[in-house]
Design a protein around this ligand. Structure first.
Ligand code: ADP
Ligand code: MG
Length: 228
């Protein structure tokens, strides 16, 4: 599903954020991208949805080399990927339902179908009574669930989450990760960047460990080396 071959990223003028990363993530895998702040986790995710371009190396996502994409290709790639962020990034003037439905509408889904999909997703994620609520009236955990519904509304094959639990207390963080696990059970490939080593230990699953832009461990390849 995701292959990185000797990927490096240098931010201008010369800051090496990622160096010589080789990584393979299979379809349907659930992977934590771990490592301390500044390790390059966010940069790696940004390369995968082409927010940033690689400096060296090749990245294949879903069979397509994304290091060579025009504007149309980038737009198509982003339709196949669901994104979840630490700060939720919900639109405050819209209801929960509208936030989710909008993400479907902007890629050409009819208004009616978009609302139908948003309705079902919010119900599935336990927000049945919150469709008409505006984000700022919801708890952090609820806001993140709306953001997760939004990430899923276009049926992505790959979900990328950048510190999705960073603004949540420990219980809510674990519940949110369990939600990702449920989504993963349906076959979606999921990559979650987190600097919270305790979370990885509690949840298990494959963890890839980055430090200063280098891939220093992978629990899939060597047990016990996936976390610091
Ligand atoms: N746009 C940028 N320009 C220059 N340096 C950046 C930029 N974005 C991130 N960096 C640097 O790259 C390194 C990796 O950052 P990041 O990928 O955000 O790490 P993490 O998500 O693991 O905390 C950090 O040292 C950061 O300061
Ligand atoms: Mg980060």
């Amino acid at each position: 599903m995701v292959h990185l071959f000797r990927v490096s990223k240098v931010y201008p003028p010369s800051y090496p954020a990622l160096a010589d990363i080789n990584l393979q993530i299979e379809k349907g895998e659930f992977v934590f991208l771990s490592g301390p702040s500044g390790a390059g986790k966010t940069t790696l995710l940004k390369l995968l949805f082409r927010e940033e371009e690689t400096t060296e190396g090749q990245i294949i996502v879903n069979g397509r080399n994304i290091t060579r994409l025009n504007g149309g290709g980038v737009a198509q790639l982003r339709q196949e990927i669901g994104l979840v962020f630490q700060e939720f990034k919900l639109l405050p003037t819209m209801t929960a339902l509208e936030n989710v439905a909008l993400a479907a509408e902007v890629v050409g889904t009819s208004r009616r179908e978009s609302r139908r999909k948003a309705f079902h997703l919010l119900r599935e994620l336990g927000l049945k009574d919150k469709h008409d609520a505006r984000p700022l009236t919801l708890s952090g955990g609820e806001q993140q669930r709306v953001a997760i519904a939004r990430a899923l509304v276009n049926d992505p094959i790959l979900v990328l989450a950048d510190e999705p639990t960073g603004n949540l207390d420990a219980d809510m963080a674990e519940e949110t990760i369990r939600l990702f696990l449920k989504i993963h059970e349906k076959g979606t490939t999921i990559v979650i960047a987190t600097h919270d080593a305790g979370l990885l230990k509690r949840i298990g699953h494959r963890a890839v460990f980055l430090q200063r832009g280098r891939l220093m461990g992978d629990s899939k390849l060597a047990d016990g080396e996936g976390s610091p």
